[in-house]
Design a protein around this ligand. Structure first.
Ligand code: PHE
Length: 371
């Protein structure tokens, strides 16, 4: 028996030596298998090719020389009368099978073409999974700080990162040759030498806010600040601060201290104690560095607090009356306090991060530790 259906169906059943219904059925089963194989081959080669589809149809169903026509002529018409019904039935079954399969194949290619043309979506394909982002550790810390202060009546405002020397220095009582400018060396904007700079702290927003708003003022100012530091494990050229300012007719040093204590307990835990060390800022008087008991050892002394039991939190103080002069506030009537926190420092301390660069390298292995 030959495996080429074309050759096979050119001969009569007698010539092929087929004499029983069982042999006929088996012959048709064979043909059906060959068609199925043809179809698979065709699908594999003819992606969306109508000519290929037509060729397959012509080969099997073509009116003149198709395999089924050959079967009709060579097998059916010449079959002995007792075998004719079997041949007829088998032929019809094969024809139905082929027609259905061709239709399915055509639909299959039509869908493929539609897909390629963008006409239809293949809903059976797996979807594209988009990874959810998480908030950066610094963003999370900002939100935590803002939560702590908005809870006691502060509102959040933001200001420009490009400032004038007036807001960044002069109006904060830092005149041109004041030594306090030394550790605030910054970047000046090209072409505008001395007229614009990158702010070295968020304190300019104290001035901008008091210029615009009448007292009482209670604001926190989150944002980026810049200094010309040499980059190392604890310094970059940019870092984050959150400024605080409260001014009203009856604000005392007690309010200042109470706010600081409240903050330390909220941020580091309810057992946290604070202390104030004398410090100096031209725009606060008196000025203080705020320390808290170490959140790791509770004050006993450990590596995190360098065995002192205390960690430095931020700089602060009572607003220097000289500043009120710049914003036309009455220093006789008003008083207040201000603070400026290094957010990166606070975040690193609280979450045990030792290197500033880690914060900004966008390494997922680092970032995913703070989901
Ligand atoms: N602006 C100061 C700094 O960047 C911090 C500060 C803010 C101190 C407000 C006192 C009051 O170092």
């Amino acid at each position: 028996m030959t495996t080429n259906p074309r050759e096979q169906t050119k001969q009569t059943l007698t010539q092929l030596g087929i004499q029983s219904p069982g042999a006929i059925a088996q012959e048709f089963a064979e043909l059906r298998g060959q068609f199925d194989q043809d179809k698979v081959n065709f699908i594999n080669i003819g992606v969306g090719d109508r000519n290929q589809s037509d060729a397959l149809r012509l080969y099997w169903l073509g009116r003149k020389a198709g395999i089924l026509s050959q079967i009709t002529n060579n097998w059916l018409k010449t079959a002995p009368p007792e075998l004719k019904p079997t041949v007829g039935q088998e032929l019809n079954k094969l024809k139905a099978h082929i027609e259905l399969a061709l239709e399915e194949t055509l639909n299959y290619f039509k869908e493929r073409v539609d897909l390629q043309l963008g006409v239809a979506e293949d809903l059976s394909l797996p979807g594209i999974e988009r990874a959810y982002g998480t908030r950066h550790l610094i963003r999370q810390t900002f939100e935590e700080l803002q939560r702590i202060f908005t809870a006691i009546g502060f509102s959040v405002v933001q200001g420009p990162e490009i400032e004038t020397p007036y807001y960044n220095f002069e109006a904060l009582n830092i005149p041109e040759h004041h030594p306090a400018r030394d550790n605030m060396d910054t970047f000046y904007i090209e072409g505008a030498r001395n007229s614009h700079l990158l702010r070295t702290h968020t304190s300019p927003m104290q001035i901008r806010t008091m210029e615009k708003e009448k007292p009482p003022v209670r604001i926190v100012v989150p944002g980026k600040v810049y200094r010309r530091d040499n980059p190392d494990a604890t310094h970059g050229y940019m870092f984050h601060q959150i400024e605080g300012l409260a001014v009203d007719t009856d604000i005392t040093f007690c309010d200042f201290k109470g706010t600081v204590e409240y903050f330390a307990r909220e941020f580091l835990g309810p057992k946290t104690k604070t202390r104030l060390r004398p410090s100096y800022f031209p725009f606060t008087e008196p000025s203080a560095e705020v320390d808290a008991t170490c959140h790791v050892c509770g004050g006993k002394g450990c590596r995190v607090c360098k065995f002192s039991g205390w960690i430095e939190l931020f700089g602060a103080g009572m607003v220097n009356p000289a500043v009120y002069g710049f914003v036309k506030y009455d220093p006789e009537r008003l008083s207040g306090f201000a603070f400026g926190m290094g957010v990166d420092r606070l975040a690193m301390m609280k979450y045990g991060v030792t290197e500033v660069p880690l914060l900004f390298q966008n390494d997922l292995r680092f970032l995913q530790q703070f989901p």
